[in-house]
Design a protein around this ligand. Sequence first.
Ligand code: FE2
Length: 170
Amino acid sequence: MAQAASVLKPKVKDEEFDIGLKKAYRQQMAAALSDILADTYKLVIKSHIYHWNVVGPLFKPLHELTEEHYNTLFKATDIIAERIRALGHLAPAKLGEANQFAPTSASVNHTTAADMVADLIADHEAAVRRMREAGTKADENDDLVTTDMLTDRLTFHEKALWMLRAIVAA
Ligand SMILES: [Fe+2]
C-alpha cells in the first residue's frame, strides 16, 4: 500500500526523457510557463470581477466582452498547465504558489468602466510581453509545440487588446 502511494505521488523533480529538448531548457520554459499561467489566471479573475461590476453606458459591450475573455482565458489555463506537464514538470500545485494567481484587492479598479478597461489593457500587455519573450526562447530552442501554443495565446491577447481599446475609443 505504502509502495502504491509512493508510485502514485507526483515527482517534483524534472523527469528524465529524451524528446530532443535540453533538460535545462525544459526547466526554464516550465518556469516561464508557470508565470504565464499566473498572468492568465489573474486576467480570468479580473475579467470576471469587471464583468460583474461594470456600470454605465459601456455596461453591455464590456459585460459581454469580459465574459468572452474569461471563458477563453480559463480554457487557456488548462492548455498552458498541460504543456508544463508535457515538458516534464509539475504544474504549480502548492497553495502558496496558487496565491500568485489572485490579484490583490488594491489592483482591482472599480471607479469607472474606462478605468477597468485601462487596468485590463495593462495586464494583457504585460502578459503579451512575457509570452513574446517565452515564445522567442521556445523558437530558438526548436520547441515547436510551445512556440505554436504561445503564438496562439498572443493572437488572442493582441486581439483582446484591440477590442478593449475600441470599446473606450472616443
Ligand atoms: Fe455572467
